[in-house]
Design a protein around this ligand. Sequence first.
Ligand code: PLP
Length: 380
Amino acid sequence: MSHPVLSAVPHSGRRPFVTIDGWALKSNWRHMANTAPGARTGAAVKAGGYGLGAPYVAKALFAAGCRDFFVAWAEEGAELRAALPGANTRIFVLQGLDGDAAAICREHRLVPVLSNLDDARIWQETGIGRLPAPAALQFETGMNRLGMDEADARKAAALARAGAFDVTLVMSHLASADHPASAQSEAQRHVFERIAALFPHVARSLANSAGVFRGRPYHFDLTRPGIALYGGETALDPSAALRPVATLYAQILQVRTAPRGEAAGYGATAKLERATRIATIGIGYADGYLRSSSGVTPLRPGEPAPEVSIGGRRAPVLGRVSMDLTLVDVTDLPEDLVVPGEVAEMFGAQIAIDETARRAGTIAYEFLTGLGPRVARLAV
Ligand SMILES: *Cc1c(COP(=O)(O)O)cnc(C)c1O
């Protein structure tokens, strides 16, 4: 099997690398599409396709059938347009506009998501003397992040009727869909339906990944999954069909047995209560293996240390994660398994990214989007 390197820098195998399983990515997208059969299924590919490489991810999802892509910034949209030149592929820019961003949207046929009347006026002005261009409108339904309230939505509707732009989508975003017990999603859905009624013939979109798993009332016309495509938040999926996509590896650089009574790593936070075999692994927080993954950290009361997988066996992180290196306690692993040059899986195929993230006091999103530029991206 060939492993094309998705970055310009050659990959020696010694520095950290993340493999991206394109088949799993497509399979996850199809699973999200099958879970919302009455709606179109889009994809959030902002932050460079959740850290894995937007052009690669977008092309794979396009091949699976996706035609609606969401990015945060117009510049991200321009990069994506180069990868997805097709006329029937829509690229939505979530975070609004200034004059420069509007020009980028025009040039690259991006659809801005207008979240306030300033956005709407800017899009109107750049459209003067041209055919009305498509726009999406985002509504405030309870998250208080980005979006227009009902009064502003009425004004935007009037602008659209006057020919300023074509509203092709109305949307809002769920704040608590990943907490099925929360009543907030239903409250947001009702507000969304009320405001969207101002645009009776326009397609509607509400659900992120977690929203898709909330069922049909949340699907509307278009869904916008992100994290589920990349194999995160898998516990939300009742059919357990989502597969890991990203597996992060780093090489063992040194193995050493330190005597009982010594300590390991910065700050000597890991006191060795037995003679301890320590594997030093070539990845650190500069690569996105977060410092909160350290073996001892006040950020994570009650959670055990994150583990890595070496030859199919688990071993816990020991002491503080440093910039370029992480220590692992391999005392309980067979000696011949843990040798310099062997790789350790930090998360992915063997250890769910959600587990690693939880033990680091965070979420899979942060681990993926935080993968640093030194981590080689390999398509498998
Ligand atoms: C990021 C984002 C999504 C995707 O969310 P996931 O939780 O990753 O599925 C959908 N919609 C909007 C507006 C977003 O910002």
